[in-house]
Ligand binder design. Structure first.
Ligand code: F6R
Length: 240
């Protein structure tokens, strides 16, 4: 992967936003791969300014993941987060922005349906990724197959603890998720992985320089011909 070290998260946001604006200028119906969590927020913030005046009516998007069994209207469902942080502030067409369906009733075919929708859109042009402290990308926790497709996974206790900050208590954090697989993510034409802070330094070093292993799902980016890693000094501190 190409590693770009920037001064801070805001600089990373501006850089990646510029890349996205150029993509949309060359392809008005570009397909964006959207991540949730804290890491991509500076990108979405920078896009508010950088996309102003651009026609975004054709832009399409696919989120990486969703909790299973959460009400889509819950403020911390990833459907709600994507609506609040991306769709509404950027003025995107909500019909063109997809989030895996975590509703229990349809969960058996939700993964296949999502794969079919991505394929029908012609695949993802630019996939934004964060990385978990345990090396997960999307919600592909350690042990995920490099060939995996969108499916239901069990969240690790580490990830539930990491995400408890978004909920009233850890007991409210869902135990399962539906996530694009590593195989799904690797099909995107450009991967842009962002990470900030000392807490991500080991996961970043392992993903970029460590052995390819299902125990560090982020290492899958080493298989991709066009992966860019944008980090601040702290997150870069364990790179050789
Ligand atoms: C979220 C996602 C996760 C996060 C990761 C880091 O859609 O796919 O892989 O990117 O858990 O989360 P933050 O950015 O909150 O540190």
């Amino acid at each position: 992967a190409e590693v770009v070290i920037v001064e801070n998260a805001a600089a990373a946001g501006a850089l990646v936003a510029t890349e996205i604006v150029e993509l949309i200028e060359s392809r008005p119906d570009a397909v964006l791969g959207l991540a949730t969590g804290s890491t991509p927020l500076p990108v979405y913030l920078a896009l508010r300014t950088q996309l102003a005046g651009h026609d975004v009516s054709q832009v399409r998007g696919f989120a990486l993941d969703e909790y299973v069994g959460i009400d889509p209207a819950h403020p911390e469902s990833y459907r709600s987060v994507i609506t609040r942080e991306v769709v509404e502030p950027l003025g995107l067409d909500p019909q063109r922005i997809h989030v895996p369906n975590g509703a229990a009733a349809t969960i058996q075919h939700a993964g296949d349906d999502y794969e079919a929708a991505i394929a029908a859109a012609g695949g993802v042009d630019l996939q934004i990724l964060g990385i978990g402290t345990d090396g997960h990308i999307g919600f592909n926790e350690p042990g995920s197959s490099f060939a995996s497709q969108t499916r239901v996974k069990t969240l690790t206790e580490q990830t539930r603890e990491d995400n408890a900050r978004f909920f009233d208590s850890i007991d409210d954090v869902p135990r399962h998720c539906i996530t694009q697989g590593l195989g799904t993510i690797l099909k995107a034409r450009h991967l842009v992985l962002l990470a900030f802070g000392e807490g991500k330094a080991q996961a970043v070093a392992d993903a970029v320089e460590g052995p390819l292993t299902a125990f560090l799902p982020g290492s899958a980016i080493q298989l991709h011909p066009h992966a860019t890693v944008v980090v601040d000094e702290a997150a870069a501190s364990r790179l050789k």
